[in-house]
Design a protein around this ligand. Structure first.
Ligand code: IPM
Ligand code: MG
Length: 370
């Protein structure tokens, strides 16, 4: 690489810093062994930023994120900040990053490692070999629509309001990401909404259908209501290849899909913007799991979701497919060798700490790279 790529690391709260420590060790490994040099800068987001600056994301941090080649994020939030006013809650920091960087496409793969098929809450044969991706719209819908707020009515009752809203261009750009991705995989897209009860869902279905006809008829397209999709995900998850859906449904369905893999601690994600004139996309990578306050600071968290998010960064931001493959293979091998954090522990396996999981990954990278 001619110039060093700029990474901004926002470890956040709870288990975020612990899992991110392992990411940094792995980044050092790639710097040493594969000459992948990154300029890494750390900053604050979420509760830790509230404690220091009184807000979950400062303008300075936002500006750094805009300039970075990629942002890696741990997790935000925790009980300490639960009772703050809505506008300065830790989650607002993450939502601002997504919105201001225009990261409209959130890729959430749910892949079942062979060795973990039995850790799933579903029967092994239903999940063995599962490999699906949820493409979640991330900058629109009810998360950001207006009007929004809580108002007091003349009769003294209060009313909470959020608005589900999508424009054609918002639907088309995320559907395009899903179709393009499907072309590189199983060539199937299932588009998910509630067109039976929501006009925004009717529009969603029409626009996805139009785009499919015009440009992607080589990909198989189906439509599903979101409630049915939740059911199908736990009934027959392998029927899916790529699922494309809105912000709120994507939030729910991706947690559900994540659990099919045995633990939320396994699931990475990539949030991508539109490519600019040079083909460069703004991007943020984060594990799907949250801050897990109950185990935070105890060296118990599973760092694999965050490490697999790093692999996604290699692949999607820097076209380093072979480095991504290497890291993913190391994760698979370590889990297959029986090293397990508490969330994926099984009989006969070795229970390890966050740090020890990092050690094992580094050892396995050494072994694979020989
Ligand atoms: C997620 C999380 C976030 C969301 C929260 C932390 C704001 O649940 O990334 O899935 O609702 O999008
Ligand atoms: Mg969520």
């Amino acid at each position: 690489m001619p110039t060093n790529k700029k990474l901004l690391i926002l470890a956040g709260d709870g288990i975020g810093p612990e899992v991110m420590t392992q990411v940094k060790r792995v980044l050092d490994w790639f710097a040493k062994n594969q000459a992948l040099k990154f300029d890494v800068e750390d900053d604050l987001v979420g509760g830790c930023a509230i404690d220091k600056h009184g807000m979950p994301l400062t303008d300075e941090t936002m500006a750094k994120a805009m300039k970075a080649d990629a942002v890696l994020l741990g997790a935000v939030g925790g009980p300490k900040w639960d009772n703050l006013p809505f506008e300065i809650k830790p989650e607002r920091g993450l939502l601002r990053l997504r919105k201001d960087m225009e990261l409209f496409a959130n890729l959430r793969p749910a892949i079942v490692f062979d060795a973990l098929a039995e850790a799933s809450s579903l029967k092994t044969e239903l999940v063995a070999g599962l490999d699906i991706v949820i493409v979640r719209e991330l900058t629109g819908g009810v998360y950001f629509g207006s009007p929004r707020g809580i108002e007091t009515l003349p009769n003294g009752e209060r009313r909470g309001i959020n608005t589900q809203v999508y424009t054609t261009s918002e639907i088309v750009r995320v559907a395009r990401v899903a179709f393009e991705l499907a072309r590189k995989r199983g060539r199937k897209v299932c588009s998910v909404e509630k067109a039976n009860v929501m006009e925004s869902g009717v529009l969603w279905r029409e626009e996805v259908t139009k785009l499919h006809k015009a440009e992607y008829s080589d990909v198989e397209l189906s439509h599903m209501y979101a409630d049915n999709c939740a059911m199908q995900l736990v009934r027959q998850p392998k029927q899916f290849d790529v699922i494309v859906t809105d912000n709120l449904f994507g939030d729910l369905l991706s947690d559900c899909a994540a659990m099919l893999t045995g633990s939320l601690g396994m699931l990475p994600s990539a949030s991508l913007g539109a490519p600019d004139a040079n083909g460069r996309r703004k991007a943020l990578y984060e594990p799907v799991h949250g801050t897990a306050p109950d185990i935070a600071g105890k060296d118990l968290a599973n760092p694999l979701a965050c490490l697999l998010s790093l692999a996604m960064m290699f692949r999607y931001s820097f076209d380093l497919g072979s480095s991504a493959d290497l890291l993913e293979q190391a994760a698979k091998n370590v889990v297959a060798a029986g090293f397990r954090t508490g969330d994926i522990m099984a009989a006969g396996c070795t229970k390890v700490s966050t740090t020890r999981m990092g050690d094992e990954i580094l050892k396995e990278l050494d072994r694979l790279a020989k």
